[in-house]
Design a binder for this molecule. Structure first.
Ligand SMILES: Nc1ncnc2c1ncn2[C@@H]1O[C@H](COP(=O)(O)OP(=O)(O)OP(=O)(O)O)[C@@H](O)[C@H]1O
Ligand SMILES: [Mg+2]
Length: 217
């Protein structure tokens, strides 16, 4: 479902990813660890095809970095759920509308939108807070809204770029438990982290990257 074949990526003549090859299978939970600047976010950007390899290839489901057209990018991204350390919510919309946004652009009908949004908000325990604005929520709640938004289109994988980076330990565990639950329901997760606490507590296959090089598993 996700495959990197000898991915070599240069930006302004410096090598950012050095000949990276790995696979993520259906329904897997995989951690991506490595120090700051190692290349974790860059790997995720290759998967949502915000960046292309200089050499080699990235395959995501039936899309290839070598062949995808600009027109196909939004369709690829609907199959992925992406969450970030800083949540990236729309500050001028309430919780419901932040989540509904991703569905409205697909042309869904309002009944269907209401039903699906309430289902994912219930999934992250935020049904009661649907009318609140991001600034009225705690960091953990904001990240749960971001997770609800990420799963609304039933992605096959969640790409999480240090989703607990701005959260305390207790809140990080809450977020991890939600990601674990979504994974048990069959959605794969690829999560960049440098939290030793999380890597110790949750046992999953771990890809380690340093200086753009993937260490042997
Ligand atoms: N747009 C860009 N232009 C130039 N260099 C870049 C660009 N994006 C990333 N880099 C470089 O690529 C390397 C990897 O960056 P990346 O953001 O993937 O690291 P990271 O592992 O996610 O780090 P962090 O843990 O701090 O988030 C860094 O040396 C960074 O400076
Ligand atoms: Mg990063």
């Amino acid at each position: 479902m996700i495959e990197f074949y000898n991915v070599h990526t240069k930006i302004d003549n410096s090598v950012i990813l050095n000949n990276i090859t790995f696979r993520i299978l259906k329904g897997e939970f995989v951690f991506l660890k490595g120090s700051s600047g190692a290349g974790k976010s860059t790997i995720l950007r290759h998967i949502y095809m915000d960046l292309y390899p200089t050499q080699g290839m990235v395959i995501v489901e039936n899309y290839s970095s070598a062949k995808i057209s600009d027109k196909e990018i939004p369709f690829l991204r609907r199959k992925l759920g992406v969450i970030f350390q800083d949540f990236k919510l729309l500050s001028d919309r309430n919780v419901f509308d932040n989540v509904a946004f991703a569905l409205r652009v697909t042309g869904a009908k309002s009944n269907e939108i209401k039903r699906k949004v309430m289902r994912v908000l219930t999934e992250v325990n935020l049904g009661q807070k649907r009318n609140m604005y991001p600034s009225e929520l705690s960091g953990g709640e904001q990240q749960r809204v971001a997770i609800a938004r990420a799963i609304i289109n039933n992605p096959f994988i969640i790409l999480a770029d240090e989703p607990t980076g701005n959260l305390d330990t207790k809140t990080s565990v809450e977020i991890m438990e939600i990601l674990e639950k979504i994974n048990r329901q069959g959605t794969a997760v690829l999560m960049a982290t440098h939290s030793q606490e999380i890597l110790k507590k949750y046992k999953h296959r771990t890809l380690t990257i340093e200086n753009g090089i993937l260490e042997k598993e």
